[in-house]
Design a protein around this ligand. Structure first.
Ligand code: SF4
Length: 376
């Protein structure tokens, strides 16, 4: 049975609460399967399509991106202040983390331990949302609508610490799967009235949407780390373009009030990731370091160019990335993850301290061993 059939089956099971979460890149691209150009204005129609398909709740994976940023920036600041494996590599792209674990096991301690936004929304749905709504984790079924197949592997391979749950996320539909399901169910996509995400795990910052394009994770994490290191001062949006575009690497520095400026790299594509790993490994052996924080996204252009998207022509991928920039700029209510009132509420009411025991249990990966086991 394929993933679409599994999702149809669980949607028909009325004993389950079936929840969808959707990644930012999917929202600007699914309309391409219905003959439209990629656009930031499609989010409401995507939510409406998921409700029409029968999902009980629709959450925003961007909320998980904000939580990832809060945890990952805290991890970076802690390592900068107190010591620890540096540089830190981001861990939100399962294509990249699996490549790193397999090809460069000596660098595993440099991978951030924070789960990806998809896994975080799944874990919070089966704990925080479950507690708020009086449901059991085992009664909840989470479906991610995502840009790639690596997300399917990630959801199956990574262990959960939630009693009664088999996985944080149960099934993944790629953008193409999602469009196919809409067509199979006879839904007229263009006639859907735009709808909004459900609250609780539905309010996200503008920065979180940047996760789907190359350079976005770095920009989000650096905004939050800067705020912490500079005693509550906000970093102004970058003026110059610090994204490597369709494959490549960009490096730059930012003054953050420490002895040395923060040295950052944005790496896009497997070839560039390999080169960066070889460089970090060489510096590690020689006892030196020229970078502190490194974002890696495996697909050229980032998730907007993922293999589950409707094609990955470079010009089309660039148009999608502009759509995401619009989503960031349009979200004037909350621009940065650390300002998100719902994320603050989550920590206040449920998780406790950033990087604390509960946050660690639910939001951090157990280790790379489980990934290595599945790659054998
Ligand atoms: S960059 Fe590619 S492999 Fe990585 S999460 Fe995005 S779509 Fe998936």
């Amino acid at each position: 049975m394929d993933d679409i059939s599994f999702v149809k089956e669980v949607l028909a099971d009325k004993s389950k609460t079936v929840i969808a979460q959707t990644a930012p890149s999917v929202r600007v691209t699914v309309c391409e399967e219905f003959g439209s150009e990629p656009s930031s204005e499609e989010t409401g129609r995507v939510v409406a399509a998921l409700r029409k398909l029968g999902f009980d709740n629709v959450f925003d994976t961007d909320f998980g991106a904000d939580v990832t940023v809060v945890e990952e920036s805290a991890e970076l600041v802690r390592r900068l202040r107190e010591g620890g494996a540096l540089p830190v590599f981001t861990s939100c792209c399962p294509g990249w983390t699996r490549f790193c674990v397999k090809a460069f096991p000596e660098l595993n301690e440099h991978l951030s331990g924070v789960k990806s936004p998809q896994q975080i929304v799944g874990a919070l749905t089966k704990t925080y949302f479950a507690e708020k709504t009086g449901k059991k984790a085992g009664e909840i079924f989470v479906v991610g609508v995502m840009p790639c197949y690596s997300k399917k592997l990630e959801s199956r391979e990574e262990e959960t610490e939630i009693p009664g749950a088999k996985q944080d996320v149960d099934f993944i539909l790629t953008t193409k799967d999602f469009a196919k399901l809409i067509k199979q169910e006879g839904i007229d996509y263009h006639s859907l009235e735009p709808d909004s995400f459900d609250e609780l795990l539905g309010t996200a910052s503008g920065a979180s949407t940047l996760f789907a394009g190359t350079g976005g994770v770095m920009e989000s994490v650096v905004r939050a780390a800067y705020y912490e290191l500079m005693g509550g001062k906000e970093l102004l949006p970058f003026v110059e373009d610090r994204r490597p575009g369709y494959g490549g690497t960009k490096e730059f520095t930012i003054e953050v009030g420490l002895e040395k400026p923060l040295r950052v790299a944005v790496v896009n594509g497997y070839d560039e990731a390999r080169k960066m790993c070889e460089r970090v490994l060489k510096e590690k052996k020689e006892g030196g370091r020229t970078i502190d924080f490194i974002e890696v996204l495996a697909c050229r252009g980032g998730c907007v160019g993922g293999p589950g998207q409707p094609g990955n022509d470079p010009q089309q991928v660039a148009k999608r990335a502009f759509g995401l920039r619009d989503l960031d700029a349009e979200n004037t209510r909350v621009r940065n993850a650390h300002q998100n009132p719902d994320v603050k509420k989550l920590y206040r009411e449920f998780l406790g301290e950033t990087g604390g025991e509960k946050a660690h249990k639910l939001l951090h990966r157990k280790g790379t061993q489980e990934i290595l086991e599945t790659l054998k």
